[in-house]
Design a protein around this ligand. Sequence first.
Ligand SMILES: Cc1cc2nc3c(=O)[nH]c(=O)nc-3n(C[C@H](O)[C@H](O)[C@H](O)COP(=O)(O)O)c2cc1C
Length: 435
Amino acid sequence: MPNLRPHLLPRSPDVPAAVAGQVRQDHDRFADQGLPQDLDGYLRQAYGLEMTATYAGLTLRNPWGKASGQLALNRAQIEEAADAGLGLVVLKTVIAQDAAGHQSMAAWAIKESQMVAEPITSPTTGATGWTVTWKGRGWWQSLDDYLELVREGCRLGQERNLLVVPSVKYHLPAPGETAWRHDEYLETTRALLAAYPSPDGPTPMPLEKDFSPTLAGSDRASQRAMVLEWLRRVPGLIRSAATGPRPVKVGLKLFNSLDDDAFQQAMLAEVYGEARPDFLVYANRLFDPDRLFEGQRGVAYGGPDLSDRNLRLLSALRLAQARGAIERAPIEISGTGDISSGRIAVEYALRGCTSFQIHTLFQLPASAYPMRVGTKVQKALHRLYFDPEEGFIVWMIHAARRLDLVSEGVVRFLDLAGRGAASALTRRDLDPVGS
Ligand SMILES: Cc1cc2nc3c(=O)[nH]c(=O)nc-3n(C[C@H](O)[C@H](O)[C@H](O)COP(=O)(O)O)c2cc1C
């Protein structure tokens, strides 16, 4: 059967036998003992991997992050990320409001419902994975409660070398609506800036603007011109709300359009136009408008079709940039979507992603993780790094060797992502013999 997936990496990693043996040994012993206390340090010392990463132009200890959602709602969940040594947590998305407390996007402030992690098979490629199904949407408590989470969570993050970032859903005009609710942008951005702790003076506050999959499935996203206008206008609206000494670093978390790949590419081209954001998060889950779940029609989903679409579009972006069809000047990209193995993470890095945001892999049933001790975040990291066939260590070393990025036995994650951002890599670059 032909390989229909857009992967650059070949079937099996080509690494020295000693490395493969050590990964296998580490995989088995850490499954019983738990991960080393200083995992970043261990990877440096044992494998020469330097995992320093970036997000919104800020340095992270490593690229792994909790994506915005149900696992980033409270202090305990941020502590769980810090204990596991993640580099980043993006808080649950809050719904913007004006000074009177009115929310034009109130339909997204819906209370959490039960989440179901279930296996999923791609109807087109047959690839298997996991998806989480639920009916909830954004933060449903008050803005004040959210600001308290930002204050407390960011302070904790600063103490523990973990970047904590707010996420917002601001007003977006629906078809037929011409006015933008500037007051929602002003009020919410200023409130977040005031809450975000800054022990080192007026450092910038990174912020994600969430364009969610349920938005992709709503009437609001039914007109192409309107969607492109959103992408053009939003960065300026958020920036102009930050009138104090402290700037905002605006990140757009793009949705996967129900439209075709050509339109998705047009969305990316728009982002690389004049009104560019400071960074991108690419890209939120797919949306199935027909699927019924607990009486509701239309649900977001993830799994292999999500990573396939994201990787395909990111490759198209790099190709368009290499050909000069899209502005070349880089915008930093944080990858999200079915980062279920180290191999998939390396695929995102090969398209220039400098950090990874995960939700689904952090909430699988216990039987999906080989590690028998620790939290789910730690178990996920164990699977991501140390899986002998699909893990990050073997695939990062494979890719670095192919791309000539090993320097005195050291492989820097940011060198790999930098190469991915600057070029349109092909399968031949990663597998010269075509295995
Ligand atoms: C239950 C659930 C809730 C989510 N809530 C949000 C949210 O509030 N804001 C947001 O930007 N993304 C949200 N997401 C999307 C995730 O942040 C993530 O980008 C996406 O699920 C893809 O990553 P994954 O394949 O690892 O799950 C949510 C995802 C899930 C599964």
